[in-house]
Design a protein around this ligand. Structure first.
Ligand SMILES: [Fe+2]
Ligand SMILES: [Fe+2]
Length: 237
């Protein structure tokens, strides 16, 4: 009886061991074939060297970075939009004067700046400032009213505005360089290029008698205070 029971226990143990071996083998086989199938299914297409999955703005790491970049893009877009309206106002008054082609040349560059920021905002789903209608009117009125003072008035306005925009871009360049120049290479490239254009506009204004306008420093200071306020508001609203 004992012998029979022992033989029966031994048989069960052998059976369990064999069943486990089979299950393990089947599991490994199934895993192995699944992995091979998956590997065959998902063809890996290597990215070209140095390519990135984004055009200008890297995907945000966290909400802080997202907010920072959105604020930067929003205010830059607003600035370029305002600059376009200022030159439109100047051209409405001085378009047929001798200063016309010079102002048009600067305006054409502003149009390119604005077009680029329009693209970047759309690509990254960043909303423009809600104050665009205000900058539309304020920019045009500023451009036209200073142009009514003559070519020197328009140039004084250009010097004031372009100096403010240059300083603004420089502060953004510093901020991005401090954070991670590698990560923001494309954005930095664009901002630096536009900053150089704005500096050229500033120098053009100086070269065309901006400082000879009576009350030049008062006008310049007033316009720059307005620019600072516009920059501050456009980042948030
Ligand atoms: Fe610009
Ligand atoms: Fe400019």
């Amino acid at each position: 009886m004992h012998r029979l029971a022992r033989a029966s226990e031994q048989g069960c143990a052998d059976y369990s061991f064999t069943a486990m071996q089979k299950a393990t083998h089947a599991g490994l086989h199934a895993f192995g074939s699944l992995t091979v199938r998956q590997i065959l299914k998902h063809k890996v297409r290597p990215l070209p060297v140095n390519s990135r999955c984004y055009s200008v703005i890297p995907p945000s790491l966290d909400s802080d970075e997202k907010n920072m970049l959105e604020m930067m893009l929003r205010v830059d877009h607003a600035g370029e939009y305002g600059a376009n309206r200022i030159y439109a106002g100047q051209m409405a008054v001085l378009g047929r004067s001798q200063a016309g082609p010079l102002i048009q040349e600067m305006w054409d560059q502003e149009k390119k700046h604005l077009a680029r920021f329009n693209e970047i905002l759309a690509e990254n789903r960043v909303r423009p400032t809600a104050l665009l209608p205000l900058w539309n009117l304020a920019g045009f009125v500023l451009g036209a009213s200073t142009a009514l003072l003559g070519k020197e008035g328009a140039m004084a306005c250009t010097v004031a505005v372009e100096e403010s925009i240059t300083e603004h871009y420089n502060s953004q360049i510093r901020a991005l360089m401090e954070k991670d120049p590698e990560r923001y290479t494309e954005l930095l490239q664009i901002i630096k290029e536009f900053r150089d254009d704005e500096m050229e506009h500033h120098d053009t204004g100086l070269a065309h008698d901006a400082e000879t306008l009576p009350g030049y420093w008062l006008l310049k200071t007033s316009i720059q205070l307005g620019c600072k306020a516009a920059i501050s508001i456009s980042q948030r609203i």
